[in-house]
Design a protein around this ligand. Structure first.
Ligand SMILES: Nc1nc2c(ncn2[C@@H]2O[C@H](COP(=O)(O)OP(=O)(O)OP(=O)(O)O)[C@@H](O)[C@H]2O)c(=O)[nH]1
Ligand SMILES: [Mg+2]
Ligand SMILES: [Zn+2]
Length: 292
């Protein structure tokens, strides 16, 4: 790095410019030096040459920790999986999938139960009873400003991505976290209890206590990576103790007999939706193995 160059973070890519923030907080609108060949993502750390009037030339990308595809962003260290007490009620299949995907990508997941100012379904009680034994769970209300500090502490100094179904309050939480009101939010249509898709481009929003948050539009389908069927169980920490009772050490808790996990399910020690979502993912992985 020559003395005139600086290090910074791409916070957004907008109409042909990469917006790069240096470590003192100044943002430069950068064009890319011709020889740079890599794809550049929000979240990438880069070296750039500052010019006059807040402009700059992006010289090179520094190595990435990881790369998410939806949203397309680099170096994410936290995923905030947001579910609502109500309107809409929690989607356990998406929750379990996102928990898996986070840990598979070495990203620390947090379950954020938002809209705690509303009455919850019985399903919310399941989340509060079961998941905190294995995952970090934070109750929030973006509307009443409950739990926002705890959430902010969890992501201080990190790059966090908000994920979860449409209408759960991700953008509203982001407004609370950043103290900005320019983030777009939608209203939940009374008829179907879901929000409109209001979140579009990938942008890192700075937090007052350092760190960054990326908003994403609600989504419901996520492809699983190619992994071996016997590796999936390792991403279900709630199965771990019971799988010690499986007759076969390589048991995938599927059609095997004497399976500790299936026994725990019958004894109501494993949450039925967890096992069901595990099986759905497992069969998806097995289908992939057959195709490739
Ligand atoms: N009662 C209550 N309503 C909330 C809360 N947080 C958000 N909302 C409302 O829920 C609706 C959806 O909020 P958004 O923040 O747009 O939801 P989103 O998750 O960003 O939705 P998408 O961008 O479509 O994925 C809005 O009408 C918000 O005002 C909350 O804590 N309590
Ligand atoms: Mg949104
Ligand atoms: Zn088993």
């Amino acid at each position: 790095m020559s003395p005139k160059q600086l290090e910074g973070l791409i916070i957004k890519n907008y109409s042909g410019f990469y917006y790069v923030q240096d470590d003192t907080g100044i943002v430069y609108a950068c064009k890319v030096r011709g020889k740079v060949r890599e794809t550049l993502l929000s979240g990438d750390r880069v070296v750039f040459t500052p010019l006059e009037f807040g402009q700059g030339i992006l010289e090179k990308v520094l190595p990435r920790e990881n790369e998410l595809y939806r949203p397309r962003v680099a170096n994410v260290s936290r995923v905030l999986i947001v579910m609502a007490y109500n309107q809409p009620k929690p989607d356990f299949s998406l929750l379990d999938r996102l928990l898996f995907l986070a840990e598979y990508n070495n990203i620390v997941p947090y379950i954020v139960l938002n809209k705690c100012d509303l009455d919850g379904y019985e399903s919310v009680a399941d989340i509060l009873r079961y998941y905190p034994r294995f995952y970090r769970v934070i109750r929030t209300s973006a509307r009443e400003a409950i739990g926002i500090e705890e959430l902010a502490e969890a992501i201080a100094g990190e790059i966090a991505v908000l994920a979860g179904p449409s209408g759960v309050g991700k953008s509203r939480l982001l407004q609370r976290l950043t103290g900005q009101s320019k983030v777009r939010t939608g209203s939940v249509s009374a008829k179907i209890g879901r929000g409109k898709h209001t979140t579009r481009h990938v942008e890192l929003y700075p937090l007052p206590q350092k760190g960054w948050v990326v908003d994403t539009p609600g989504f419901s389908v996520l492809d699983l990576p190619g992994l071996r069927r016997e590796d999936l169980t390792g991403y279900f920490p709630d199965f771990a103790a019971y799988s010690e009772d499986c007759r076969f050490s390589n048991c995938i808790h599927y059609r095997e007999m004497d399976c500790g996990v299936k026994k725990a399910l019958e004894n109501n020690e494993v949450l039925p939706s967890r096992y069901k979502n595990y099986l759905t993912m497992l069969t998806e992985i097995m289908d992939k193995e057959r195709i490739y």
